[in-house]
Design a binder for this molecule. Sequence first.
Ligand SMILES: Nc1ncnc2c1ncn2[C@@H]1O[C@H](COP(=O)(O)OP(=O)(O)OP(=O)(O)O)[C@@H](O)[C@H]1O
Length: 314
Amino acid sequence: MSLVQFKEVVKKYDTVLSVNHLSMAIEEGEIFGLLGPNGAGKSTSIHMLSGLLSVDAGDITVEDWSVRKHSLEVKRRIGLVPQELAIYDSLSAAENVTFFARLYGLGGKLLRERVAEALEFVGLQDKAKDKPATFSGGMKRRLNIACAIMHRPKLIIMDEPTVGIDPQSRNHILESVRTLNRLGSTIIYTSHYMEEVEAISTRVGIMDKGKLIVSGTKEKLLRQMGQDEKLILEVDRIVEEAVAEIGKHSLVTSIEAVDSLVLEIFLKASDTALQDLLFILHKHGIGLRKLTRIEPDLETLFLQLTGRSLRDRT
Ligand SMILES: Nc1ncnc2c1ncn2[C@@H]1O[C@H](COP(=O)(O)OP(=O)(O)OP(=O)(O)O)[C@@H](O)[C@H]1O
């Protein structure tokens, strides 16, 4: 049984179909990176899963509990780190976490322990008595995370948690995502930063126009889409026969001499192809001075699938 299942989920705003019969499953233990251009329906989907928005048609289940019929059971299993900060400037850091802990029904000694644990987890234990008004953007984001995890949810949803923050806080947040996952939480993570998603996700899903258009590991998606790897070979001489022979290799899409001693080759990513190419060069007495391998990336795949760049915040 999948931990989360979206089953033909629909959400409409007037005439706009924000989420269009969305079906997707998230397995226990995953860090699922959810990508999509602006307006793809990511936030709407996450808000329906968290119970902040109603579902117009279809259903979403968490451990088989339906958001439509058992929203409290679902909420208890979820920690949402929203895109917009959801903390109170007039309360101290510890009071903020306490406020959310009470909403989840925690009290007494357990509440105090969990508040201290959550603040320590995000590295704000020394700031427990300070008010967020004195915090940097990154510290506020970390407090936002503490508020969402203090009840040790099975599923943690992070909606663009690193937008507009300093690199140190960003690294801290990424590391905490990995730690939370190691400690047993499943994570759904949305971001416009492709490198982040590539670095931390165990699986990636790409949404567009309210639907999931592909999902899988990064490697699987790139393979499926036939993304080519690019090789730049700097050689000591170019021999026409060698260029022709490489061009005929079944995994090579194209080869071009882009400079007098530089060959640019596009090929289906594979180690055997690389060995074959090196063998051909050697056979023709061509010395290799430098080899640069440019791996295909999700950014290119994303552009290919949606026709839009991920960072294009229109
Ligand atoms: N409250 C609302 N009223 C009307 N339309 C809305 C509302 N919220 C979202 N939409 C529309 O629903 C669609 C999906 O929006 P959503 O915010 O879910 O996308 P997103 O993928 O999260 O985008 P972003 O990356 O910009 O956050 C968009 O066309 C948006 O304009």
